[in-house]
Design a protein around this ligand. Structure first.
Ligand code: ADP
Length: 259
């Protein structure tokens, strides 16, 4: 469980998080809100990249102020936006092996972990490829693999599908679903309301450094999203026109319409 208690944070005296309380566990939690609302700043507190100005963050009971990022990143993996900037090895295998090697695991353990991790993100067979030769979706899944190789319980994914074409986006969505099934807690930072509808179990809306909403996904989509500067997913607009109520997939909508 990650527990955020009365979190305040200021950059150079300017407060950008203003009293956030949040409990996050084994679930897909979408963190949404306008640019500059504090999403990244909040997420960076969860693995100790930033430390609270006031309040505290507990990761499975560990106070982030008392632990290093290296310690915390074994619990909370952070997959940054634009992952290609983080690759520096010649092969996919070496890229994923880098973290486990640094943990001091022996070669056979490292190899086993790399194979398991590449399997988990659907990149088996890519071991000898150069990271730069991968497609957008493959790069995103490699970035997830690099973080996953540290076996963190929680994953933070920052705009994981931005800039991807449909097919690549599907591959990342399927990867996220299978990570959730494997018992990971996933914090998804996104602007994409279609993605929120498809994946999230719960939504936290930040506005101006404060929580404006925290609740189940269905309740989130019953808000007047336009008032919050957000767009309703097309699927829900269509479902409403058809009088079908709340649905999460095209299949579900088709089923309702047939009834
Ligand atoms: P979001 O992820 O929701 O777009 P951020 O957490 O990136 O929001 O930013 C919240 C606020 O903090 C913004 O006003 C932003 O300009 C400011 N900010 C972000 N990073 C820094 C930084 N390194 N130094 C100073 N101000 C920052």
């Amino acid at each position: 469980m990650i527990r955020v208690e009365n979190l305040h944070f200021a950059y150079n005296g300017r407060e950008v998080l203003r009293g956030i309380d949040l409990v996050f566990g084994e679930e897909i939690l979408a963190l949404v809100g306008p640019n500059g609302s504090g999403k990244t700043t909040l997420a960076k507190h969860l693995n100790g990249l930033l430390k609270p100005t006031r309040g505290r963050v507990l990761v499975d009971g560990m106070d982030t102020r008392e632990h290093t990022v290296a310690e915390l990143s074994r619990k909370v993996g952070y997959v940054f936006q634009n992952p290609e900037h983080m690759f520096f090895e010649e092969t996919v295998f070496k890229e994923v092996a880098f973290g486990p090697k640094n943990l001091g695991l022996d070669d056979s353990e490292v190899e086993e972990r790399v194979r398991w991790t590449l399997g988990a993100v659907g990149l088996e067979g890519f071991e000898e490829r150069t990271p730069y030769s991968l497609s957008g979706g493959e790069k995103q899944r490699l970035a997830i693999a690099c973080v996953l190789a540290m076996r963190p319980k929680y994953l933070i994914l920052d705009e994981p599908t931005t800039g991807l074409d449909w097919k690549a986006e599907r591959s990342v969505v399927e990867t996220i679903k299978s990570l959730r099934e494997d018992g990971h807690g996933i914090l998804l930072i996104t602007h994409d309301m279609d993605l929120v509808l498809e994946l999230a179990e719960r939504v936290v809306l930040l506005e101006n450094g404060k929580k404006a909403f925290d609740g189940p996904v269905e309740e989130f989509f019953s808000l007047d999203l336009e008032r919050h500067g957000l767009e309703m997913p097309e699927l829900l607009v269509l479902a409403e026109k058809l009088g079908a109520g709340f649905v999460r997939s095209v299949e579900e909508l088709a089923g309702r319409v047939r009834q």
